[in-house]
Design a protein around this ligand. Structure first.
Ligand code: CP
Length: 319
């Protein structure tokens, strides 16, 4: 492992990082994937470091994998949810964060419903801030684990990621996963197609580096991978969709639609999935599905993130 100087205090979105830094992060995650395959999945790398998991929005995958990642690196991890915290007594985000920082953590991982919440803390706190999803804005660690998963998938087949085409389909308008993925996939040299019902396409999408389709069959034809997005009902204004069953009947990714993609094209979904709505259950469980590979990759990628941001002032090796 070379001595790569990690210059960043915070991870707010993928375009904070240069292409070299992104590749270094993904390569570091490969090293931690090896640690995760050992009988004893623990290294002393972050012994003595504190990581606060401040999740003011629900999460299964991101929160659990950051917690496991921290523990496998021997960091002390502490969890704070909105329910059970003084946010529910009216304390401001700023005061909650200053209170957490007064306990001297090295990293705060934050998920929040407001776009910009992570940047707000990054400007005010000295410890590292890792964005674990802020409103519709960004979910950089999800995009990183998605690229990690795709890179491994294609590498196992002797293929390069650069030059592939991927379709993102579903509720693009409300998706921080789509926004971060589009940025990162472009950096990785993947051509991105988008398909969404017109009411679920974001304003200004014509300026994004994607090809937007208005026909799902045409959008999926010949693509090398398909990424479904969750229908984010909790973020949608009323009236964007006629009803869920009509959405499912027209836009649910099933085996027939996947048969139009390139042979063997994988299916990704960031989770949590609405089975039978955005993805057919048999497709989600099929051999083409990388959904659980994404979850598995999440631990290694988040170990790499905690390592790089947690040791930016130190001179130690990952494992
Ligand atoms: N993909 C994702 O962020 O999942 P969670 O909401 O379960 O963390």
């Amino acid at each position: 492992m070379d001595n790569f100087i990690w210059p960043h205090k915070d991870l707010l979105d993928v375009d904070d990082l240069t292409p070299d830094q992104l590749l270094h992060l993904l390569n570091t995650a490969e090293q931690f994937q090896e640690v995760n395959s050992r009988a004893v999945k623990k290294v002393p790398t972050l012994r003595g470091k504190g990581v606060v998991l401040f999740f003011a929005e629900n999460s299964t995958r991101t929160k659990t994998s950051f917690d496991i990642a921290g523990k496998r690196l021997s960091a002390d991890t502490f969890s704070l949810a909105k329910s059970g915290s003084s946010l529910n007594k009216g304390e401001s985000l700023k005061d909650t964060a200053l209170t957490l920082e007064a306990m001297s953590p090295d990293i705060i991982v934050i998920r929040h419903s407001s776009s910009g919440a992570a940047a707000f803390l990054a400007e005010r706190l000295d410890c590292s801030i890792i964005n674990a999803g802020d409103g519709w804005h960004a979910h950089p660690t999800q995009a990183l684990l998605d690229s990690y998963t795709l890179r491994r998938f294609w590498r196992d087949q002797g293929q390069e990621m650069r030059g592939k085409t991927l379709l993102i389909v579903g509720d693009v308008a409300h998706s921080r996963v789509a926004r971060s993925n589009i940025k990162l996939l472009n950096i990785m040299g993947v051509k991105v197609r988008l398909f969404a019902p017109r009411t679920l396409l974001p304003r200004g999408v014509d300026t994004w580096p994607v090809e937007v389709f208005d026909n799902l069959e045409k959008a999926v034809s010949g693509v090398d991978a398909v990424m479904c997005l969750r229908l984010q009902l909790e973020r949608q204004a009323a009236g964007l969709l006629p009803n869920i069953s009509e959405y499912a009947s027209r836009f649910c990714i099933n085996k027939r639609l996947m048969s139009l993609a390139a042979p063997g094209a994988p299916l990704l979904h960031p989770g949590p999935m609405n089975r039978g709505v955005e993805v057919a259950s048999d497709m989600a469980d099929s051999a083409n599905s990388l959904v659980l590979d994404q979850v598995n990759a999440g631990v290694a990628v988040r170990m790499a993130i905690l390592f790089l941001f947690g040791t930016r002032r130190d001179t130690i090796q990952p494992a």
